[in-house]
Design a protein around this ligand. Structure first.
Ligand code: SAH
Ligand code: SF4
Ligand code: F3S
Length: 483
């Protein structure tokens, strides 16, 4: 499984999770109706699904994990790479079969693919009833009513203000240990390869007290770890004067809450749980964020810092706003301030005009940066992006896949080396559940976000356990609990 998220890791993934069969207690217009909700894409999308579940709970829906018994099927989609969209198309084919058996089923496409393709989705697939973009979920009850009288409905308006700050997410994650808390929406960066600015709109920050309240609520409900989410968390900025950064006066910016300050507020408000965040952007990750991580024990020593390429030429074409040297300086700074900080990254191989030399630079940057792990992808051209308009997708597929394999081999070797260095050390592990490979073992994570597997004894999900590391693979640390 590459690039896609297991619920309480960080980041992005191509796999889906289905809505849990939890009973929702609303009793309005749709009492007794069942919702099947499936999510693809990044943590932000999963977090959005929890907002959607909350809005539909208020409508009286309960959720089901079997789409064949659902009244409403929603798929929250991702558009980041072509294969992410193909996966959803296949899934729609399954839903359509259910709808042919029961024409009353309502099928809704939500999220980034809905935003990217808009009404074209309705033209392509005659069985889709609803198309709803990421900023239009408050409109779902109305749109459902339209669909229920047999009309097709669409709302793909993007907003400069919507943060769903007042909506209490229905936690769909299974384990009750880790949860996402959204802090910004949208992205203003315009990396040339990326579709996100088109599917999620302008960046906006969420009011800090609502973030703190949601965190405290999670603590009170027994959660042990939260991940603050945004496409570029380091550019979080809240001024009481309004939501739109570009409209802030100089005075308001001076008064505004920065990401480092927000981290501090959350760390103080929730001293007993682990705090993570994702994603940091190398051009915006500043020293005060790194120092805040160091200052608070409950902020995890872990930063996901996507580099994308080791070549300054490619980085410039990608419009990332930093060079190889800048990136390596940031890595050195992190290591200087927090020597044991876990660092992971994202890499795209085979971007436009990428030469063998550029590729070698990516391989050497992996070696130099000593990433704990990386999510690695072949470049997939996305319609309307800057790269699609300005450059040629001219690295042949076979070259992309050869370079990707070389990058994976290189990163695995670096990960293995990093894991071997942990043998003999003791880590506090937050237990997430039973190991997938063995009933007798538990699986959890260190502060640095490394996965640890160890014999179960009497421990359970949500426990913090001191584990001595005795062995490893490139992906996992193997140990025994101290007690
Ligand atoms: N906001 C985050 C990442 C968002 S998308 C950031 O700026 O780092 C998650 C990852 O998907 C990116 O880091 C990138 O590695 C990958 N990605 C995005 N667009 C892609 C594309 N067109 N082809 C291949 N990978 C892509
Ligand atoms: Fe996409 Fe770049 Fe924004 Fe990340 S920072 S979401 S890669 S445009
Ligand atoms: Fe996330 Fe995919 Fe959208 S990565 S922001 S769900 S395009």
């Amino acid at each position: 499984m590459r690039q896609f998220l297991k619920m309480n890791t960080t980041l992005y993934h191509d796999e889906s999770r289905q809505g849990e069969a939890l009973l929702l207690d609303g009793n309005q217009n749709h009492k007794g109706k069942k919702l099947f909700l499936e999510s693809y894409g990044c943590a932000m999308n999963f977090s959005d699904s929890e907002i959607v579940a909350s809005i539909l709970k208020d409508e009286g829906f309960s959720t089901t994990s079997n789409f064949e018994e659902a009244d409403v099927i929603f798929v929250n989609t991702c558009a980041i790479r072509d294969n992410a969209e193909q996966r959803v198309r296949k899934r729609l084919y399954d839903y359509n079969k259910a709808k042919k058996k029961n024409p009353d089923i309502i099928i809704g496409v939500l999220g980034c693919m809905a935003e990217r393709l808009k009404s074209k989705l309705l033209e392509d697939d005659k069985l889709i009833d609803l198309v709803v973009g990421p900023d239009a979920y408050r409109d779902l009850p109305k749109l459902l009513k339209v669909a229920e009288v047999g009309q097709r409905a669409i709302n793909v308006l993007l907003s400069k203000e919507e943060t769903y700050a007042d909506i209490s997410p229905v936690r769909l994650g299974k384990n009750g240990v880790s949860a996402f808390v959204s802090i910004t929406r949208g992205c203003d960066n315009m990396c040339s390869f990326c579709v996100v600015p088109f599917t999620r709109g302008r960046e906006r920050s969420r009011e800090p007290q609502s973030i703190v309240r949601e965190t405290i609520d999670l603590v009170n409900n027994g959660y042990k770890e939260i991940t603050l989410l945004g496409q570029n968390v380091d550019s979080y900025l809240w001024s009481g004067g309004g939501l739109k950064k570009e409209s802030y006066s100089e005075e308001e910016i001076k008064e505004a809450v920065t990401f480092a300050q927000l981290l501090e507020m959350v760390a103080i408000a929730a001293p007993t749980i682990r705090i993570r965040f994702s994603t940091s952007h190398p051009k915006d990750l500043n020293n005060s964020v790194i120092e805040t991580i160091k200052k608070y024990d409950n902020i995890c020593n872990y930063i996901h810092l996507p580099v994308q390429s080791g070549s300054s030429k490619v980085l410039e074409m990608m419009n990332r706003g930093y060079t190889r040297e800048w990136y390596l300086e940031r890595i050195n700074k992190i290591r200087e301030i927090i020597p044991d900080c876990g660092i992971s990254t994202d890499i795209i191989t085979g971007f436009c005009d990428e030469t063998e030399e550029d590729h070698q630079e990516t391989l050497s940057l992996i070696e130099e940066s000593k990433f704990n792990f990386a999510y690695m992808y072949s470049y997939s051209e996305r319609p309307k992006t800057l790269a699609e308009r300005k450059f040629k997708d001219n690295v042949l597929p076979e070259i992309k896949s050869r370079r990707l394999s070389e990058i994976i081999v290189q990163q695995s070797a670096v990960s293995l080396k990093s894991n071997k260095e942990d043998i003999g050390k003791t880590f506090k592990v937050l237990v997430e559940g039973v190991s997938k490979k063995s009933e007798g073992h538990l699986s959890g994570r260190t502060d640095q976000n490394k996965v640890v597997v160890f014999p179960k004894k009497n421990f359970k999900e949500g426990d913090f356990v001191d584990v001595i590391i005795e062995g490893c693979t490139s992906a996992t640390l193997l140990g025994v609990s101290k007690l």
